[in-house]
Design a protein around this ligand. Structure first.
Ligand SMILES: [Zn+2]
Length: 75
């Protein structure tokens, strides 16, 4: 039975219609987190080494470290 339920849960990841009744039975929260959501990346040029582009997430707000010298800079 256990294997059956596990199999069903895996299947449910893709079929949302029947997810409700099983997650209730099984105490499985619907953690269909945005894991698969692709982050938008942009290319940033560091001021010190602009020939070495760095890819960062589009809404990145933290300092970025240069890949060459490790200097921090903000976008
Ligand atoms: Zn640098």
């Amino acid at each position: 039975m256990r294997e059956l339920v596990d199999g069903l849960r895996k299947g449910l990841r893709t079929s949302r219609n029947s997810i409700g009744k099983f997650s209730v039975d099984h105490n499985a929260p619907e953690t269909l987190a945005p894991l698969t959501e692709p982050a938008d990346m942009i290319i940033v040029l560091s001021p010190c080494h602009p020939w070495e582009p760095i890819k960062v997430i589009e809404d990145w707000n933290e300092p970025i470290h240069c890949l060459i010298c490790g200097d921090k800079f903000l976008v």
